[in-house]
Design a protein around this ligand. Structure first.
Ligand code: ARG
Length: 459
């Protein structure tokens, strides 16, 4: 192993075990592009401000671009024994340029360097996740268009409750994912301030131009306080929060899909390409994807707890604990991408078994509220109507009937307000069609919801 850059103060080489323990290149190596991007901006500024000779700055920039091309092409491999990606690239630059390379780190510390790198890296990742979640929302809107009349039971406490449609159900998720997109935008906006120039913690005595580096790197402005610049990781927490919510929404949806493809429900059937079999039971078709998503949600939530716990006791400014931020937030980012990417084709290829949804809706008295509302519309106070309907449901259960098949005499025995038109009022199609309030499941209301979502998604 080569001498450490900081070897001057030390009389012994670092112990191998300590180096392996200390090193972060195994996981921060993925930021090489962003590290080079940050260094190019820094070198440009150093040259423009006359802090280093302009020719050196230009040579450094060329050198960095070559290193980037060599890593991209595989010609240059990351050295696993390097302390981190920042040290590796700087050492490589010096290997190639000699003394000129040694000027790059003027007026900079790894503390502001790493803070800028993670922001640049996550900015790209957020963009990718945004595109994926948007694609998911678009997919669901398109599915909803085809299921405005597909009646299914809506549940509370997992008990059949009131009739909805499959489109209405899908649209509920669309609005959750729309809020997730908003949250990603919010995080991006707040984290888009540049820590570069904060130095180790206390800025610098060089006459730097922080506005220039911020601008070159596409940040809104430099971070106003250097201690905050190197100490802050709240953007990782915030992003992880947004990611945990995406996973929470996906996980609830996954749980429903798991139930829906069980024999007990049979509301959907997954495409063969998106299900798995059993090693022993020949009949099995398992929803592994959705179970993995449900499982990985715990993992992404764990990443959030890791970040919060890592930060809560740290005095300002940089502490090595902060190196732990990367594995957590990278894991969250990787898993969200993986899950959304897999979920989209799985959901868009699944078969919706409308008949079974409709049959399930026909049992469970999900039109009982409508029966009570029928009496209310004829002048009865809701509480009395509720009580009468409850009694009728109990009679149906006893006689193994439904509200649709209960004879009119039984209705009339409860109150003369009942007439033959009750059957039309409790017909499931009517129940759905008449639920026209804003946000409700009627095809009309769902059409309105779809158009709100389309506007938000610009489709
Ligand atoms: N690998 C370190 C990290 O990820 C880079 C910053 C090191 N700074 C320091 N003062 N040791 O946090």
């Amino acid at each position: 192993m080569a001498d450490m850059m900081w070897a001057g103060r030390f009389s012994k080489k670092i112990d191998d075990t300590v180096n392996a323990f200390n090193s972060s290149i195994a996981f921060d190596g993925r930021m090489y592009r962003h590290d080079i991007q940050g260094s190019i901006a820094h070198a440009t500024m150093l040259g423009d401000c006359g802090i280093i000779p302009k020719e050196d700055s230009l040579q450094i920039i060329d050198g960095l671009k070559e290193i980037l091309a060599d890593i991209d092409s595989g010609k240059l491999e990351l050295d696993p024994s390097a302390e981190d990606i920042h040290m590796f690239i700087e050492a490589e630059l010096t290997k190639r340029l000699g003394d000129v390379g040694k000027r790059l780190h003027t007026s900079r510390s790894r503390n502001d360097q790493v803070a800028v790198d993670i922001r640049l890296y996550l900015r790209d990742e957020i963009q990718e996740i945004y595109t994926l979640v948007k694609k998911l929302a678009v997919t669901l809107v398109e599915m909803a268009e085809n299921h405005k009349e597909t009646i299914m039971p809506g549940y509370t406490h997992l008990q059949r409750a009131q009739p909805v449609t499959f489109a209405h159900h899908l649209m509920a998720y669309v609005f959750m994912f729309l809020r997730d997109l908003d949250r990603l935008n919010d995080v991006s906006k707040r984290m888009n301030y540049c820590p570069l120039g904060s130095g180790a913690l206390a800025g610098t005595t060089y006459r730097t131009n922080r506005k220039q580096t911020a601008e070159l790197l596409g940040f809104t402005a430099p971070m106003p306080n250097s201690l905050d610049g190197v100490s802050d990781r709240d953007f990782c927490v915030e992003l992880n929060c947004a990611l945990s919510l995406i996973m929470t929404h996906l996980s609830r949806f996954s749980e429903e899909i798991i139930m829906w493809c069980s024999w007990e429900f049979k509301f959907i059937e997954l495409d063969d390409a998106f299900a798995t079999g059993s090693s022993i039971m020949p009949q099995k078709k398992n929803p592994d994807i959705t179970e993995l998503i449900r499982g990985k949600t715990g993992r992404v939530n764990g990443d959030l707890v890791t970040l919060l716990s890592m930060l809560k006791g740290l005095p300002l400014a940089y502490n090595k604990d902060m190196q732990e931020d990367k594995e957590a937030i990278f894991d969250a980012v990787d898993n969200v991408k993986l899950c959304v990417k897999t979920f989209i084709p799985m959901i868009s290829t699944m078969k919706v078994l409308k008949e079974n949804m409709r049959n399930a809706a026909a049992r469970g008295f999900i039109n009982a509220t409508d029966c009570a509302d029928y009496l209310v519309k004829k002048g009865m106070p809701f509480r009395d109507a509720y009580k009468i309907t409850g009694t009728l449901v109990a009679q149906c259960i006893e006689k193994n009937l439904t509200l649709e098949t209960l004879p009119i005499e039984d209705y009339k025995a409860m109150t003369e307000l009942f007439d033959n038109d009750v059957y039309e009022a409790i017909n499931l199609e009517t129940c759905v069609r008449e639920r026209k309030s804003e946000g409700a499941p009627s095809p009309e209301s769902v059409t309105e919801q779809i158009s709100i979502a389309r506007k938000a998604l610009e489709i």
